[in-house]
Design a protein. Structure first.
Length: 194
């Protein structure tokens, strides 16, 4: 995963955001730009494509120095921290809002997801998870073959959600849905019993 994102950094925007239907892309951008300003943490910020739309005092983390280098250029007003999450290197309650786009869907096990949610809600009062929607014919989870422009190939674990599935999993409410995306806001995390 680390090598995949390091190698993908330069082509990331072109192969993800710029490749999207412009109507979808603009809808997501409007949604992110409308999130409440405050002390905001972007978890797994990538190249900062959405970080630049967040308002307030913005801190962004990513495990990839290659991604962060591009994000720093794009969003000079934000603070960037390299961190392999978990843990998040911040105090309890340091943020009003944690935002994670395209990150939660790559967590492979229920245990990893639980730790991610607990950690995000330790440092922030609320968490908004934005991920790709499950359309008909799309599997809910799979190991996708990703081929980069240099010809290298990686298998990447990825999940797709309906709004109901993500709401149920995060014990939250859908705050954005489109053909391609779903976002759910949550303020609660109950560790699984047993
Ligand atoms: C699909 S990209 C999404 C980037 C950005 N949020 C966006 O929506 O354009 C996932 C990003 O999460 C980062 N990432 C993945 N696992 C991580 C982890 N455990 N800790 C920190 N960052 C991570 C990757 O390096 C990558 O930049």
């Amino acid at each position: 995963m680390r090598e995949y994102y390091a190698r993908r950094a330069v082509e990331y925007d072109a192969t993800s955001w710029d490749a999207l239907d412009p109507v979808e892309r603009e809808a997501v951008e409007r949604f992110v730009a409308a999130l409440a300003p405050g002390r905001v943490l972007d978890i797994g910020c990538g190249t900062g494509y959405l970080t630049c739309l967040l308002r307030g005092s913005v801190v962004a983390v990513d495990q990839s120095e290659e991604m962060l280098a591009l994000a720093r250029q794009r969003v000079p007003g934000a603070e960037f921290v390299r961190a392999d999450v978990p843990p998040l290197p911040f105090a309890d309650g340091a943020f009003d809002l944690a935002f994670a786009s395209g990150v939660y869907s790559h967590l492979e096990t229920p245990g990893e997801r639980a730790v991610f949610l607990a950690e995000a809600l330790r440092v922030a009062q609320e968490l908004v998870v934005l991920d790709q929607a499950r359309r008909s014919g799309r599997e809910s989870e799979l190991w996708e073959l990703r081929r980069l422009r240099d010809g290298s190939e990686y298998r990447v674990f990825k999940r797709y959600f309906t709004a109901d599935e993500l709401m149920s999993e995060l014990d939250g409410l859908a705050v954005f849905t489109s053909a391609e995306f779903v976002a759910v806001r949550t303020t609660r995390f109950e560790p699984p019993r047993g």
